[in-house]
Each structure stands twice: as structure tokens, then as C-alpha cells.
Design a protein around this ligand. Structure first.
Ligand SMILES: [Zn+2]
Length: 671
């Protein structure tokens, strides 16, 4: 009996994780794909004229089993991979791509949608149905439904090849991250705070080593670069970190990047667009490459001026240490941390005992309770890994969702942090409640203590989770985070603001041993330091976003590394700052289509989140019930049921400028 295919009689119809074997996935995908194909064939075989129910409703339901199997598998393959799952990923990439092309190339199916589209004003559709029909038609047209013959066949080939390249890129990166570590002697630990030493020892133990090691996991290497006084070790670790995917070995991503860009350009041309960026940005809030470039450049200049002023201060500190020559990239975090301690007297190591994972979880749940009346009750597993925790989410006693948290770094997990829905909310065919997962890569400890950045990541991903859990739409196609890419980071980045509300940390940031609240002056210094080093962070980000945009806004570069250098030269990239993600590691852009010519979206969303939080400030209460109700009604529950710009206008009454963002990042003085 294949547990993926049987009825799930578990509490909340959770996947029966303990019964699911890796060997079940392949056959389950085969059955689910066959069932989806049969359902779609039944739609097109109908001799009844197309109507909304027999075409769009039916299409929405056709892939129910496939959605169920995919929901479990793709979460596992990212959060807890192994060889069997990786092999299946490679097998599935072309199969899934072929299936989705088959659907969007289905002429009979498109003809029915086109008929509905032409007759749309006479169908008596409600607003949500009209939106869903519009989006389905757009999806088909953008997938090439209007192409014929050789062009249609070539487009299918290009897309399937792109999917394979994306998987290779991701697997290469994982292999590179797994493959490198640097052993630390006892002498090398001098100057490192206890939490870094503990994390380095845990990383060593995971590799069956006696002592401590530094790995390329962001949550270990970044604090190492911040605290290690040994410049040579910092340089070695940093250079290994930025060389991921560019080591000239079997896991080199540079040729994959070049091929990906060429195929994307070909895809856009086939569909009649001037460039891949023009194609990609059409359904976004930004709409055009020039709108994106304009936004990025308005932020770039003040950010660069701030960063250059900071670089001069840090370089003077380097020279004061008796080291000659310029400030290098592996020096920035170290001297910046020293300066932070000197100027803001904020000691990350002293801060962390107040930011235990449990305390910050309580904080994120408490905010959701005060804003939206949600309640969280921890439930027992088993879930898909022993580290995963689960909560039932209710409101006024009614079930809302199941929320899973998978917080610790491990070798089987890809890097970064993300939110995924193992099951999405919808009402068509029954009231389907979501199962939402937050995955992070915090260094495991007893207890797990977070940096302030980690706590922000926790809140960020939980903002995405709220977007899924509070979703209230009929059609799965527009559920939760199924919104424009440059709108999807609004709920997550907005939620980070509540971490900065003093009463939240006053209540929840308590020392894990003594239960004492964070000392008042520490809290004040922490909140005042919010804009610290934002020149660096903004330069890191905007340079990555510009390289991504310019990769896609014109002809595909034959040598992306060369193109990257040209863009950075044109920008006047400060010497001691590198892109947040250089090309061979730029997973957002190359492991799939999600953020290709879309990395800017975080900043686009930040413009909105700064402005959206100002709505609470203007109301005089960070938990103002009326503003919270508007936020839920027009943004968190609305999914993609309306155009993003329309939703934002309904929530806020106006569109934002970049000023709130520059002010929030402390870059306004430099502007
Ligand atoms: Zn996000």
C-alpha cells in the first residue's frame, strides 16, 4: 500500500510521514500524473460547450493528487534530502516540465479557455472567477499556446532543458557546500564567542571530526567572519565561500549559468518579447525593466555613499591594527562588528541568551494573536524529521491551519530559509485548510540561541506563513502566496517590523537561564542599531539585483562572469563589498525561474513594507485592530484574487515612494 495514495486519516489529514517510504514517491508521481492526464482528457473530451464549471473548475481539480504528492516531496527534497530523493528530483524535473508543457500546449484545452475568455462578460462570473479566468488564459499564452509547429516544439524543449539545468545548479551548490570545511585548532578559537565555538564543534561532530570546523553554511561562516581575529583564516574561509560553484570541478556552475541565460533569451524571443526581463516582468507590479532599474538606482546612490563613508572608517581600524593595504571583503564584517561594539556597544554574544528560539517563537505567535486573533497549540508528530515541530492554528476555536517549523541546519537541508505550503488553502471542492512549513538553518544548540538577524529571518518566514494560513479564496490557483513576485515579500518583510516594536522584545526577550528580561539599555541599543551597516547590506543586495536584471534585460551574455564584472564596474562597486550572491551561487536566479530578473522584488516589497508599517504608526498603535483588519482583508487573505496594485491601494489608499525605505535603512542623510 502506497501511503501517498491512500486516504490520510491522520489528525488534520497530515501526510502520514512515518508510513511514507522514499520508494513510494516514484510510483505515486506516476499514478498522480496519469490521473491528472485522465482528468484533463475528460475536460477536452466533453461535447458540452465550455462553461466555467466544466473547464476552469474541472482544471482546478484535475491535479489534486499530483498537488498532494508534490506538496510532500518538494518540501522533503529541499529540507531533508538524501541520495534517493536527489535521484528522484533529477528524474522528475523533465517529467514535470513535460507534463506542464503538455497542459499548456493542449490546443483543445486552450480553445475552451479562449472561448470562455471571449464570452467572459456574458458568463455571470464573480470577481474572483473573472480573475482566475484571466490568469489561466495569460498563463497559457505566456507558455506558448499561440505558437504552432516547430516553434512550439522548440519552446517545449527549451523549457524542459532549463528545468534540468536548474536542478543541476542547485545540486552542485549543495555538493560544494557539503564538500568544504576548515578545521580549527584550539588556538584558532581564540576570540570567538561561545556560540560560534559551539556551532563549529557541532558542525565538526556532524562530520565525525573531533574538533571544531568552519563550514560554508551562512549561519556559521558569517559569525566566523564577524568574530575571528585571524585574518588569514577569515580570508581562506571567505574565498572558499565566494568560490562555491566556480572551482573548476564537477560541480562548477559557470557554464550552466551561461547556458541558462541563452535558453531564457531564446524562450522570450519565441514568445515575442524583446528580452527575458520584458517577458518576466510583464505580470509583475513593476511591469518593465526600466521601472526596476529606476527603483534600484534611486536606492543605489545613497547606499553607495553611505558604504564608502563606512569603508573609510573600517579601513582606518584595519591600519590601527598594524595591517597595511586596503580593506578587503574578508575584513568588512570583522571590523564592522568591532565598530558596532564600540559605537553601539552591542555585543552579539551577550545578546543571544535573550533571543532563544523558544522565546522568539512565542513572540511571533503572540504578535499574530494580537493582530489577527490566532492561537497556537503545539501538537505531536511524527513529522518528516525529528527536529520538526508542529502547531495547530485556531481562531475563536475554529481550525485555521497546521504550522510546521523546521529550524536547524543539517547537511541534508539546502541553505537559506523559506516557507512552503505542503497543502494550500482553497474552498472549491470542500474547505481545504493549509499545512504550512517554515524552514530555517539556525545553528543547533542547547538551547538554540538566535542572533538578531536570525530572529528577523524567523519573523520573515512567519509573515509568508500568515499569507498562506489566512488565505481565504475559492480557487487554489490564486491561494496564499500565489501573487506577483514583487508583491510576495510584502507580508514577510512587513512582519519583521513587529520585532522592532519595543514592547514585543520587552515581553519576550528573556534570558534563557534566568528568565530575566533583556536589560533596558541593551534593548535600546539593539533597536537604535537597526540602521547600522545598512550601506553595506544595501550595496550587497542592489548589486546582486542589478546583475540579475542586466543578465536578462538584453542579449544573453556568452560569459556571465565577464558580464557581472562589467555591471559592477559600471555601478562603481565599493572595493571591499561583494555581491550578496555572486553568479555561481546565485540560487535565486539559477535554480529555477522564481527570481530570475526578479531579485529586485525584495526591495520593491521593502518600499511597500516600510510604507505599510507606517499605517500602523500613523494609527498610533503597532497592533491597531482596524489597520490589522484591513491588512488581513486586502492583503493576507486575498491571495492573487486581484491585481497587486489594486490590493495595495485598497489597504493603504495610496502608492508608496522610496522615502520610507531610505528612512528605514538610515540612508536618507546620504541622499
Ligand atoms: Zn521571503
Amino acid at each position: 500500500m502506497n501511503a501517498l495514495l491512500s486516504d490520510w486519516t491522520t489528525a488534520f489529514s497530515l501526510p502520514p510521514f512515518a508510513q511514507i517510504a522514499d520508494a513510494d514517491f516514484g510510483p505515486a508521481f506516476d499514478v498522480a500524473l496519469a490521473e491528472a492526464r485522465a482528468n484533463i482528457a475528460a475536460i477536452t473530451a466533453s461535447t458540452d460547450p465550455a462553461d466555467f464549471a466544466n473547464t476552469i473548475d474541472a482544471l482546478e481539480q484535475a491535479e489534486a493528487l499530483l498537488d498532494r504528492v508534490s506538496g510532500v516531496f518538494y518540501n522533503l527534497s529541499g529540507a531533508d534530502s538524501n541520495e534517493a530523493r536527489e535521484a528522484l528530483m533529477r528524474d522528475l524535473a523533465p517529467k514535470m516540465s513535460a507534463f506542464s508543457s503538455e497542459v499548456t500546449n493542449n490546443k483543445a484545452l486552450f480553445a475552451r479557455i479562449e472561448n470562455l475568455w471571449q464570452a467572459r462578460d456574458d458568463l455571470g462570473l464573480n470577481d474572483e472567477q473573472m480573475r482566475v479566468l484571466t490568469l489561466y488564459r495569460r498563463m497559457f499564452v505566456r507558455s506558448g499556446a499561440l505558437l504552432e509547429g516547430a516553434e512550439a516544439a522548440r519552446l517545449t524543449e527549451v523549457k524542459s532543458h532549463l528545468a534540468v539545468l536548474g536542478t543541476q545548479f542547485s545540486q552542485n551548490l549543495l555538493a560544494e557546500e557539503r564538500g568544504w570545511f576548515m578545521a580549527l585548532s584550539d588556538a584558532d578559537l581564540v576570540g570567538l564567542p561561545d556560540f560560534v565555538i559551539a556551532a563549529a564543534r557541532a558542525a565538526g561532530a556532524e562530520r565525525d571530526m573531533q574538533g571544531a570546523v568552519v563550514t560554508l553554511n551562512r549561519s556559521l561562516i558569517v559569525p566566523f567572519l564577524q568574530f575571528s581575529p585571524r585574518r588569514g583564516l577569515r580570508q581562506r574561509a571567505y574565498e572558499a565561500w565566494v568560490a562555491r560553484g566556480a572551482n573548476g570541478n564537477a560541480h562548477d556552475n559557470r557554464a550552466i549559468a551561461a547556458e541558462t541565460l541563452a535558453l531564457r533569451q531564446e524562450r522570450a524571443k519565441l514568445l515575442g518579447y524583446a528580452s527575458f526581463a520584458d517577458f518576466k516582468l510583464e505580470p509583475e507590479m513593476a511591469k518593465t525593466p526600466s521601472a526596476v532599474r529606476d527603483l534600484l538606482m534611486r536606492v543605489w546612490e545613497p547606499a553607495k555613499r553611505t558604504a564608502e563613508a563606512d569603508a573609510a572608517v573600517l579601513e582606518a581600524m584595519l591600519h590601527a591594527d598594524g595591517i597595511e593595504g586596503p580593506l578587503e571583503a574578508w575584513d568588512w564584517r570583522y571590523y564592522s562588528e568591532k565598530r558596532r561594539q564600540a559605537e553601539h556597544d552591542l555585543d552579539e554574544a551577550a545578546l543571544k541568551p535573550y533571543l532563544s528560539l523558544d522565546a522568539m517563537l512565542a513572540a511571533q505567535f503572540d504578535c499574530a494573536n494580537r493582530l489577527f486573533g490566532l492561537e497556537f497549540r503545539e501538537i505531536d508528530g511524527p513529522f518528516y524529521h525529528g527536529d520538526v515541530r508542529g502547531w495547530e492554528v485556531t481562531r475563536k476555536g475554529a481550525h485555521v491551519a497546521v504550522f510546521l517549523g523546521d529550524y536547524f541546519a543539517r547537511g541534508s537541508k539546502r541553505s537559506g530559509a523559506w516557507c512552503s505550503a505542503m497543502r494550500s488553502q482553497k474552498k472549491l471542492g470542500g474547505d481545504v485548510r493549509p499545512i504550512v512549513v517554515n524552514v530555517c538553518n539556525f545553528a543547533k544548540g542547547e538551547p538554540c540561541l538566535l542572533s538578531y538577524d536570525d530572529a528577523r529571518t524567523l519573523f520573515h518566514e512567519f509573515g509568508h506563513a500568515l499569507h498562506q494560513m489566512l488565505s481565504d479564496v475559492t480557487y487554489g490557483f490564486i491561494s496564499g502566496t500565489s501573487v506577483a513576485r514583487d508583491f510576495v515579500e510584502l507580508p514577510s518583510q512587513l512582519y519583521e517590523h513587529w520585532l522592532e516594536v519595543p514592547q514585543v522584545l520587552e515581553k519576550h526577550a528573556r534570558h534563557w537561564q534566568t528568565g530575566e528580561p533583556m536589560p533596558k539599555d541593551m534593548l535600546e541599543r539593539l533597536l537604535a542599531a537597526g540602521t547600522y551597516d545598512q550601506g553595506f547590506a544595501t550595496v550587497e543586495f542592489v548589486s546582486s539585483a542589478m546583475v540579475d536584471l542586466e543578465f536578462h534585460a538584453g542579449p544573453a551574455p556568452a560569459d556571465p562572469i565577464q558580464k557581472q564584472a562589467e555591471v559592477l564596474e559600471w555601478l562603481g562597486m565599493p572595493r571591499a563589498i561583494r555581491m550578496r550572491h555572486a553568479t555561481p551561487q546565485f540560487a535565486h536566479v539559477f535554480t529555477g525561474d522564481g527570481y530570475s530578473s526578479g531579485y529586485y522584488s525584495y526591495m520593491w516589497s521593502e518600499v511597500m513594507d516600510a510604507d505599510a508599517f507606517a499605517a500602523f504608526e500613523e494609527a498610533g498603535d503597532a497592533f491597531d485592530p482596524e489597520v490589522a483588519a484591513r491588512l488581513e482583508r486586502f492583503i493576507l487573505s486575498a491571495g492573487g484574487s486581484q491585481d497587486a496594485e489594486a490590493l495595495y491601494l485598497k489597504f493603504r489608499g495610496k502608492m508608496p515612494g522610496v522615502e520610507a525605505l531610505l528612512k528605514g535603512r538610515g540612508l536618507l542623510d546620504a541622499a
